[in-house]
Design a protein around this ligand. Structure first.
Ligand code: MRU
Length: 349
């Protein structure tokens, strides 16, 4: 089955409810920015590029829902939709990237044309952002696939697959592209505590396409590396900053340190929309802290004492020096640093 994380059906957005996978598979319907913002916050949709696409549709939906208002009121409602969506999750820069694209268009056209025309143009841009994401992932996937040997076991952390994007995936996009090239690739997935994106989502997604996968808990990767069972690590990212530091799902840093210790390449699949040069170093990336319930239990089952003190940072930062390469849609930046990232962005601007 081809995974379609977000789809536009007639007059509304549908998103796979990723909270209930793999036990249930269903789509939820969205009609306003507020609903989409809630879907992002509660992790119905997650993964940096998918969040960006969802936010773009959130803006398009809001415009559509307010088409009967006078322009002044319409503009007020749109302004508050932009603000609300921007507060849904803090770490993935794709959210802000997509909102900026939508805002730039909105500001360009707000004084021209009717509210209905504005709504149509915003929806067209949201569709384009979704299509572009899929195309980017295919390009990125091809660049990454060329790095892999003809036969390889790839460790991944979290879910950077079709479910985390509009389609194909970033880290798992590299796996898919390599398989399409005829390479014999298998995936080893960290379960990814506490939200279990690896066990629930990566495992489910790979099974849909019959891609061989072995699930491990987060504390097993060092052992497998030592046994020589992992040929490369490929992860996604929520934000790469000017010096090449990488924010990704909590636990990524640990895997990068282990990979270095074992001389295993550690690649980060990174669409250009995930690079944020407004921040110099990883220390300044906002790290989302999520609810303690995710650590003390899961789906209503509690295993830790109610009184226990909990930390639940949802992301960590891997310093650039541990990254063997950033795989982008425009090619691979080996051993990324400030100069190489600047050069890459200059080339594409
Ligand atoms: O909290 P999540 O599930 O949104 O975290 C997702 C990740 O950390 C992914 O690795 C990242 O967004 C890249 S997705 C292509």
């Amino acid at each position: 089955m081809k995974v379609e994380t977000l789809r536009w059906i007639g007059d509304h957005l549908e998103m796979i409810d990723q909270r209930v996978l793999p036990l249930e598979f269903n789509y939820l319907s969205y009609y306003s920015a507020s609903d989409v913002s809630d879907g992002i916050r509660t992790m119905v949709v997650r993964g940096a590029p998918a969040i960006g696409v969802a936010a773009a549709y959130g803006i398009a939906l809001e415009a559509q829902a307010n088409q009967d208002f006078h322009k002044d009121i319409f503009v007020e409602k749109m302004e508050s939709a932009f603000k609300e969506l921007a507060t849904s999750r803090p770490t993935a820069v794709n959210l802000f990237w997509a909102l900026k694209k939508m805002k730039d268009l909105f500001e360009d056209i707000v004084n021209e044309g009717s509210v209905v025309e504005i709504a149509e143009k915003l929806l067209a841009l949201a569709h384009a952002i979704r299509e572009e994401d899929i195309a980017i992932n295919h390009d990125l996937g091809m660049h990454g696939a060329r790095l892999l040997p003809d036969e390889a076991a790839i460790l991944t952390h979290c879910n950077a697959g079709a479910l985390a994007t509009a389609g194909h995936g970033t880290a798992l996009g590299v796996v898919r592209s390599a398989i399409q090239m005829g390479k014999k690739i298998s995936v080893i997935a960290d379960e990814t505590r506490p939200f279990l994106q690896g066990a629930r989502l990566t495992a489910w997604e790979m099974i849909q396409e019959g891609i061989p996968l072995t699930l491990i808990t987060d504390n097993m990767s060092g052992h497998l590396m030592r046994e020589g069972k992992i040929d490369a690590v490929i992860v996604g990212t929520d934000r790469v900053v000017a010096n090449g530091d990488v924010a990704n799902k909590i636990g990524t840093y640990m895997v990068a340190v282990l990979a270095k210790r074992h001389n295993i390449p550690f690649y980060v699949a990174c669409p250009l929309s995930t690079i944020d040069t407004s921040i110099d170093s990883g220390e300044d990336i906002p790290i989302e802290e999520r609810s303690s319930d995710e650590v003390t239990g899961f789906r209503g089952l509690q295993w830790a004492p109610s009184e226990v003190k909990v930390r639940n940072p949802s992301f960590d930062v891997t310093p650039a020096e541990l990254v063997s390469g950033l795989i982008t849609e425009k090619g691979v930046v080996f051993q990324p640093d400030k100069v190489k990232i600047k050069t890459l962005l200059k080339k594409v601007s």
